[in-house]
Design a protein around this ligand. Structure first.
Ligand code: PXL
Length: 277
């Protein structure tokens, strides 16, 4: 198995099983060296909690990256999630130019929206800035809401394949390269992921668990990144991440008190096994 050095840039939500507290263990379980750059520190995530604290770390980033440059540090991949400010998006674009080693890959989860709405901390200006990063990245992993914000498309609760193809066409016309579009389901009991790579579109359909779960986008993007950097294809990685995420939801769903995230840790051995195949 290949051992890669991945820089992941997203927030630390101290409580809530999302972003860095999910990405770091999953990428480590995939067998990679994982370097972190926290975009912000929050007491909890913002989806369902009120009164959370947030320290934006935008100002700290230039001195951290300047030190890394002096040390000659480089990365095989940069994987971004929830970012703290529009300025950080520009910093990430600089890092993608400055820190890549040979065969470098940039993977952007434009974590900013779900269920038709932007997360509380973001506005349209942030979404517009996110377009510039998403269209430069090698791979993007938006959900349908995020893809709508990236393409100025009206969000629909129910849709058909033509609607999804329209979004994919707009993403590609704007410069998106490999697209992993998550949460795409054409029947009430299924969901799935569309993988658009080169000129090939594939679809992996799987079971939909009706209850929405927080943090699953981060579990998905992190396990996708771990698999892809382990040498799996984009489609194989999309399948591995989908199956693992479903396992995590299944392991959580009966526990009403665990509404804020998914119990991704007990399913890590399953994820590690799926990387061996
Ligand atoms: O899971 C995405 C996410 C990450 N970080 C923070 C969030 C959310 C989703 O709401 O609030 C702080």
């Amino acid at each position: 198995m290949s051992y890669k050095r991945i820089l992941t840039i997203q927030d630390i939500s101290c409580f809530g099983q999302c972003s860095l507290t999910v990405a770091l263990p999953i990428l480590s379980a995939a067998g990679h060296e994982t370097v972190i750059l926290p975009s912000a520190v929050l007491s909890t995530h913002t989806a369902g909690f009120t009164g959370f604290t947030c320290r934006d770390l935008t100002e700290d980033i230039p001195s951290i990256t300047a030190h890394w440059k002096k040390e000659g540090i480089s990365f095989d991949a940069i994987y971004t999630g929830y970012l703290g400010s529009a300025t950080q998006i520009d910093y990430v674009k600089d890092m993608i130019k400055d820190f890549g080693s040979e065969n470098f890959v940039s993977i952007v989860d434009p974590a900013m929206a779900d269920n038709g709405r932007l997360y509380p901390a973001f506005d349209q200006a942030f979404a517009n800035q996110m377009k510039t990063l998403a269209f430069e990245a090698d791979m993007i992993l938006p959900n349908i809401t995020e893809a709508c914000f990236l393409t100025d498309t009206e969000y629909r609760e129910s849709y058909d394949e033509a609607y999804i193809d329209g979004i994919l066409d707009k993403l590609r016309a704007s410069g998106a390269k490999t697209i992993i579009l998550t949460g795409v389901g054409y029947t009430w009991d299924t969901t799935g992921v569309v993988v658009f790579e080169g000129d090939n579109k594939s679809y992996y359909k799987h079971k939909r668990i009706s209850k929405g779960s927080h943090g699953t986008g981060d579990v998905y993007a992190s396990s996708f990144t771990g698999a892809y950097l382990s040498g799996k294809t984009a489609y194989e990685s999309a399948v591995i991440a989908a199956d693992y995420t479903v396992r995590c939801i299944e392991g959580t769903i009966s526990d009403e008190s665990h509404w804020y995230g998914v119990k991704f840790e007990p399913a890590l051995p399953y994820y590690m096994d799926s990387l061996k195949g």
